[in-house]
Design a protein around this ligand. Structure first.
Ligand code: NI
Length: 183
């Protein structure tokens, strides 16, 4: 039985994550279950809050064909996928930013342009509990910023422009209402 994805309107999405003190087998099972739920939802990233959990963990898998710049070169050829990020922290970000359309498994059928740093450095524990530091750019850097926002209880709706938020207000209200009725 796979984990259910919590949608906008579920109060769990507004809870900040707590650091994981020790990377145990239970955490590794959670990571695997989160990856499974992410693949089933056809997403490229998923954070613990989205499956109703409070641990500081997120998973990301950017397919190789999406990890390319406009010239068709790989953005992050040295980063192995899928990524399990435990207690992740952005340690540096480029001033160069990029605006691109973003979606989220907690906001089905809702997409909005979001400005993100083009490159970020991230420090995290991997599934073996070892500290890793990686430099990322493009879609991967965007996914990391999106998933770390979830761990800080910040959602896609908070990152879209006020104009877009007004344009989507009916859809957002319906989604939130539907979610609350199902809780
Ligand atoms: Ni999301």
């Amino acid at each position: 039985m796979s984990l259910k994805i919590c949608k906008y309107g579920n109060p769990v999405l507004r809870k900040k994550a707590s650091p994981i003190e020790k990377v145990t087998d239970e955490i590794r099972v959670l990571a695997d279950e989160m990856l499974q739920a992410m693949y089933e939802g056809r997403g490229v990233g998923l954070a613990a809050e989205q499956v109703g959990r409070s641990e500081a963990i997120c998973v990301i898998d950017i397919p190789a064909q999406s990890d390319c710049n406009e010239q068709g070169d790989r953005d992050n050829p040295d980063v192995g996928m899928p990524l399990v990020l435990i207690n992740p922290e952005i340690t540096d970000r480029s001033e160069e930013a990029e605006i691109r359309e973003e979606g989220c498994l907690s906001f089905p059928e809702i997409y909005a342009n979001v400005v993100r740093a083009y490159e970020v450095d991230v420090k995290f524990l991997d599934r073996d509990g070892n500290e890793q530091n990686i430099h990322t750019k493009g879609l991967l850097a965007r996914a990391i910023q999106h998933e770390l926002d979830h761990l800080d209880a910040i959602l896609l709706v908070d990152r879209m422009s006020p104009v877009k938020k007004v344009a989507l207000s009916g859809k957002l209200k319906r989604l939130s209402k539907k979610t609350k009725q199902s809780l």
